[in-house]
Design a binder for this molecule. Structure first.
Ligand code: UT7
Length: 324
């Protein structure tokens, strides 16, 4: 059976850092409120000349270098993003051109907001499992700061910009839980809840991208319950228990949401990659950036089981179980 294994990771964050104290000066908030309610202390914000594609290209070059590969070795680019450089073409096509991925290869974007990387990884895994691609560059990249209403204290303190990239490639597996690579993926969407977390515009409505609007408490409630459900679904599907999980690599929206999943799985804090304090919520970029953090620090050992999970606008949510 064909599996996809993670070969390398990369990540890039804009140099400009905005702290909670900086935000105190522009909206009616306090550094303590932000930290206590979200765990966030600072976030990185793109400069005017930085874009989703430019951040993604930097993250991808690091992933390629870490794998000792060149862009010519990649036969699929898939990008999870909600903040593309252009209405079209896709960020993936622009990244293909910028990196020098061969013409004629597969490149497209996936839009599932904060779940974007889980959706992109699942899609790339399916292309590899069905023999349509051998090696994929899977990216989560965002410039959320471009759709933040900086006068809205309920949202502007939460988000940040960044990009993470992962290279996955086909390998032979036995079809058992002991295989290396992506073991299962689980995706869900509930459009009925579209209005509780959305952007206030769009190409075919206002003609503008709009700004993030969110019913925070409602989204929080759904995040905790949907993530608990998808964790149960993943364990059950694979015939494993929570004790089998070595690492949680969660979407980074709020440390209280991460702690809820951590408690559910009885994990210690040294088994969870937490970046929200430094990055804020980088939407589709948060999981690949967290993977890069673990990868850089040699945290993941061969054979360990990683659970990736995310929830975002749509609502969308999902999980991937990966053996390192
Ligand atoms: O990644 C996609 C998924 N997104 C998420 O998972 C985010 C989910 N939601 C959350 O993380 C939390 O709901 C928030 C962090 C957004 C808000 O925390 P909360 O504990 O749910 O606060 P709240 O919205 O219930 O607001 C509590 C109070 C309100 O004041 P009153 O009505 O009690 O007087 C807010 O107006 O805090 C006020 N508030 C603030 N105060 C200072 C809201 N934002 C701020 C702020 N600074 N920035």
């Amino acid at each position: 059976m064909i599996r996809s294994r993670i070969v390398s990771c990369g990540g890039y964050l804009p140099e400009k850092v905005v702290t909670n104290e900086d935000l105190e000066k522009i909206v009616d908030t306090t550094a303590d409120w932000i930290e206590q309610r979200t765990g966030i202390k600072q976030r990185h914000i793109a400069q005017d000349d930085e874009t989703t594609v430019s951040l993604a290209v930097k993250a991808s070059k690091i992933a390629l270098e870490n794998a000792n590969l060149s862009a010519e070795d990649i036969d699929m680019v898939i990008v999870g993003t909600t903040t593309p450089d252009m209405t079209f073409p896709s960020c993936a096509a622009l990244i293909q051109r910028e990196l020098g991925v061969k013409p004629g290869k597969i490149a497209f974007d996936v839009q599932a907001v904060c779940s974007g990387f889980v959706f992109a990884l699942t899609t790339a895994n399916s292309f590899i499992a069905t023999g349509q691609a051998k090696r994929a560059l899977v990216i989560g990249a965002e410039t959320l700061s471009r759709i933040i209403d900086w006068d809205d204290r309920t949202t502007c303190v939460l988000f940040g910009d960044g990009a993470g990239a992962v290279i996955i490639e086909a390998c032979e597996g036995e079809g058992t839980i002991d295989d290396t690579g992506i073991l299962s993926t689980h995706l869900h969407t509930e459009g009925q809840l579209a209005d509780i977390l959305c952007a206030s515009g769009g190409v075919s409505t206002s003609g503008e991208a709009g700004f993030i609007t969110m019913e925070g408490k409602e989204v929080f409630k759904h995040a905790v319950t949907r993530l608990a459900d998808v964790v149960d679904e993943t364990l059950e599907h694979n015939g494993i228990t929570k004790e089998d999980i070595d690492w949680l690599v969660p979407h980074q929206a709020n440390s209280r949401i991460i702690e809820a999943t951590m408690r559910k799985l009885d994990l210690q804090s040294d088994q969870v990659i937490i970046t929200v304090q430094n990055h804020g919520n980088t939407s589709a970029a948060s999981i690949p950036l967290a993977l890069y953090e673990g990868y850089k620090n040699n945290a993941f050992k061969k054979g360990e089981l990683l659970l990736l999970e995310a929830m975002g606008g749509g609502l969308t949510w999902g999980a991937c179980l990966v053996r390192w």
